[in-house]
Design a protein around this ligand. Sequence first.
Ligand code: GLA
Length: 392
Amino acid sequence: MHNFDTVNSLFVQRFGRTPIYEIKACGRINIIGEHTDYNLGYVLPAAIDKYIYFVGAPNGLDHCRVYAADIDEYDTIPLGNPLQKSARLWINYLTGILDQYQRQGAQLEGLDVVFGGNLPLGSGMSSSAALETGFATLAKTAYGIDIEKPEIARLAQRSSHQFVGVPCGIMDQFASLMGREKQLVLLDCRSLTYEYIPCDLGNYEIVLINSKVSHNLSDSAYEARVEECAKGVEVLQKTYPEVKSLRDATQEMVKAEEAALGPIVYRRCLYVTSENERLLQVCDALRNGRVEEVGPLLFETHAGLRDLYEVSCEEVDFLVNFAKEHPGVIGSRIMGGGFGGCSINLVDRSQSQAFIESIQEAYLTAHGRSAEAYQVNIVDGTDLVKSELLSS
Ligand code: GLA
């Protein structure tokens, strides 16, 4: 676990001088709206106080030198044009950002960087988006690039697609950057218009339970879902030409075309169309102080992700089933891309300690793994917190 103090001293140890820039990059939660972003629907995420801390400075060399403190790995990025992909996934997330800046005409210069934090990797809290947004903010500052946060989110998503090879939506990068303290970001992934909804949960709080089953979005399963949805649009368009993405489809349309869609694509489309509807119901409930109504919708999302979208796993199903039976838990579901990672739970504050203790014990007994619990706070998104150059 790292913080600014530890990454700063690692920087001094490794590079023999103090860093100039400090950036705090956020992980994210998502209340509801899973696998809707690349279908151009809505999402309802927020930035959380799980961070990757970046420190850096120009090095006057023709390559970047980067130390990933959490995993104790060091690597370099030679600044060629074009930039080269590495066999190491984490460095590609950084190089991809430089590649985007270079394509926009930026003159790349060598940077020394150390990063590390308390954002668990591969847990559905978007550590990879935090890598992208943190490094993009560092590089933009170092190179003096004038670019606003929503544009950085788009650039980071393009980098994931074009350089890293992950066909992700825009939710993670957008939430990591645009998050605001105590607010949820209601993002329309087609127009990229957004509004903030106060995350007023009354007596309830958000508790994440990490199954410690690590997922990896480069896995072909995520890509397969993206393709199945595209196939769904292709089929639906024949009858409903107005359907340009699953965002435009309704459950009725999907049901009417069940035979043409075929069983797998049918299930995917049914999930996505119902998830968009649930999200709008959640927003309405939150805006009107009816938090209790959110819980059952989270359980419904979980069932959809498990049975229709088929992106859950045995371990997280266990966590959600256990939560359902526990007093004080009004909603629970798998969060993020799926295939492992965290469940997000809406828990009565007076019961959350008891819930955490009992779910950890039960999970250890059933699956032989220790689940970690996080009572997260919603905070302002990724930003530069210090620049000696700017302040002098
Ligand atoms: C991952 C992707 C996001 C989104 C979620 C599922 O986190 O990076 O774009 O598709 O999965 O909602």
